[in-house]
Design a protein around this ligand. Structure first.
Ligand SMILES: NC(=O)c1ccc[n+]([C@@H]2O[C@H](COP(=O)([O-])OP(=O)(O)OC[C@H]3O[C@@H](n4cnc5c(N)ncnc54)[C@H](OP(=O)(O)O)[C@@H]3O)[C@@H](O)[C@H]2O)c1
Length: 264
């Protein structure tokens, strides 16, 4: 057994493909030991062997189906109790194809369990551990559809709006305890998530598709720069700042004793 990494251990969910596998690669390159979570044990093991050989870090596959409450608790327990863990990347997520009326309720429930419940409980476990230690980072994978709910299916877009909101609130709650929080909002990236959801491939969208490695490199640069919200595609960060300012302008008028005059 090698010595523990000075960068600490990063726990990455959904590490077996796409964006999660790119995080695993880049974090190992930065010297993190890794805990890799997903359902496909063989795929995780192959990735672990490759990354250990390539970067000389220690990589432990932690197979878990995060749509199951007991599996979430098993991973959360590790996050709460392992002082070597310094970073959580909440990346595992699924999409749906079709509208809410076309979706079957089991797929809707499974999406919410993974994209919302698992992400929340794992964030909470890491937040307890990291805020007591006064250090650590939590990176949550949202999506640009959080900002464009009209352009995507309802449940997926709403789950990603939740991720953005949770991340902003969590930063307000524990950002001053030495814990760095970030929401990453990718646009179109890997294809596997859309294939898994049953959506048909639209070649006209290929021109918008970012490489997962490029996405993660940009997101980690945003993390290094201390960004709370990183939108890797957005050319001008002032556009995001304008949206935030417009939102905060509403704040003084969002709760009054009387309804607004137009409702009298
Ligand atoms: N790709 C895009 O265009 C895009 C755009 C915006 C946001 N995002 C977000 O980025 C994240 C990663 O997306 P991706 O494109 O890399 O997806 P992906 O290639 O489909 O990978 C999803 C990962 O999550 C794991 N996973 C799925 N269900 C799971 C479960 N029940 N329990 C544990 N792990 C599970 C999968 O592994 P197993 O099957 O082995 O469990 C896989 O490792 C997601 O949160 C997604 O919503 C993606």
């Amino acid at each position: 057994m090698g010595t523990a990494s000075q960068a600490g251990t990063a726990l990455v969910t959904g590490a077996s493909s796409g964006i999660g596998a790119a995080y695993a690669d880049r974090l190992a390159r930065r010297g993190h030991d890794l805990l890799l979570v997903a359902r496909d044990q063989d795929r995780l093991q192959r990735l672990a062997t490759r990354l250990e050989k390539k970067y000389g870090v220690s990589v432990e596959p932690l197979p878990a189906d995060l749509s199951e409450t007991r599996a979430i608790e098993r991973v959360a327990k590790r996050l709460r109790g392992d002082q070597q863990i310094s970073l959580l990347v909440n990346n595992a997520g699924v999409s749906l194809s079709g509208s809410l009326v076309e979706s079957d309720r089991h797929s809707v429930a499974a999406l919410l369990q993974l994209n919302v419940l698992a992400l929340t409980l794992l964030s909470s476990a890491a937040a307890v551990n990291f805020s007591m230690a006064g250090r650590g980072g939590i990176i949550n994978l949202g999506s640009v559809v959080a900002l464009l709910p009209e352009r995507f299916n309802a449940v997926y877009a709403a789950s990603k709006a939740y991720v953005l909101s949770l991340t902003q609130s969590l930063h307000a709650e524990i950002g001053d305890r030495g814990v760095q929080i970030q929401a990453v909002l990718p646009g179109m990236t890997g294809k596997e998530i859309w294939q898994r959801s049953g959506a048909s491939h639209d070649p006209s969208l290929d021109a918008m598709m970012m490489d997962a490695g490029d996405l993660v490199d940009a997101a980690l640069r945003g993390f290094d720069q201390g960004e709370l919200v990183t939108i890797p595609s957005l050319p001008n960060s002032a556009d995001w700042q304008s949206l935030l300012q417009a939102r905060m302008q509403l704040a003084p008028n969002l709760s009054h004793k009387l309804p607004a005059a137009r409702y009298a």
